[in-house]
Design a binder for this molecule. Sequence first.
Ligand SMILES: [Zn+2]
Length: 471
Amino acid sequence: MKKISILFLALGMSFLLRAQQNDDYTKYFTGETMRVDYFHTGTATEEHFSLDRILNDGVWAGSKTVLLDRLNRGLYFVKITDTLTNSLLYSRGFASIFGEWQSIGDPDWGTFHESLRFPWPKLPVKLTIEKRDAKNNFVAIWSTVIDPTSRIVNPSVLSSPYKTFPYIVNGNSDKHVDIVILGDGYTAAEMPKFHKDVAALTDELFTVEPFKSRKADFNVRAVETPSAGSGVNKPHPGVFSRTPLSLSYGAFDSERYALSYDNRSIRDVAASVPYDYMFILINERTYGGGGIFNLYSTVAADNKFSRYIFVHEFGHSFAALADEYYTSDVAYQSIAITVEPWEPNVTALLDPAGLKWKDLVKPGTPIPTPWGKTEFDNFSYGIQKERRALRAANVPETEMENLFEREKKISLEMFDSNKYKEDAGAFEGGNYFQFGIYRSALDCIMFTRNRQAFCPACTRAISEVIDMYSK
Ligand SMILES: [Zn+2]
């Protein structure tokens, strides 16, 4: 009896809380999306912001009940506060290309265009950007007041010249995660191929948990931006081209890192449909992609491993998952390991008793968890050496794909004999660190190309984001 009344009390409270949150939404916001475009400029040691445009991005696709981000992810955090009462109305963690660029220590100045989107406020609001300090706490680094009636705010809604098509539509945008898929390097004649790629890769995402069982919480739409020629810019092999979204391999001089710095164009194209998350398909076979939390992810659509890369990169951009691999050469190193990383799927294990996924670990599992690391490291560093040699020799993509197949076969055999292969624990190596960083499981999509399955920490981290956009 007591249990039942507590249950009803809890249900009643959650109903009241939800009603209150809905009231908050209609009290402070219209049903549209405000987009603040700005320039993020700086050096390896300083950064500055300047406004570009404030625009109307159409109907608000995010949740109207979950307005505050309590997940504590991302290098940056945006807060929208009411200027009269100073109360926090909306918040979101995010990462940026500037943030990654800054970590490579370029001696020159750099400027990157960025956008922040939030529900259109009825009254003046203060926008504050915070960034993590050396201890990973957020500290305010820029703020500006936005009066929605001001002449610098353009309320007119974009009339998109682009053709759009729905692939999965399950319901209203505010109760669903809305993904927009863009394509670059597809000619007008290749649009049927773009549609096919959208279908194949989206279908792949929904074969992997937790996306599989939460498929009804998603909408997926795509926008066509035909280019004059087929393929995108590939500076490493000397193949140069210009495309509508300016996708390019070789970001930060890493041959397989494919990004676009043309945020203005990408945002205008994406705004053709309601969206929370962007994905950009690249009409290329060369292995590559990228994913930046709450910005976008990219993938080369025709590679043998495209389906794997699609899901892996979406893990970065959707749920702020860290890479769990560490033997490949990457263009940058992240933070030193004296503080706990903020990413939900890696830990420095500075406090083993406070392991962030300890509730997922079975009693009796040793922490750290033994996993045949020395043998794997020797093998994996050998593969990376071969990979660099093949890339330098500019061999056909098939040879690279064969190397990856061999890597997959041998590492699967290694992992298969491990006692803890199905268990959560703390497995050393991850986030580009051979030592001192630990993963939650032996294998994961964020670690190898072996299996299409996320580890327990990643699975939970993804579910938490789906909840934020579908409630
Ligand atoms: Zn994982």
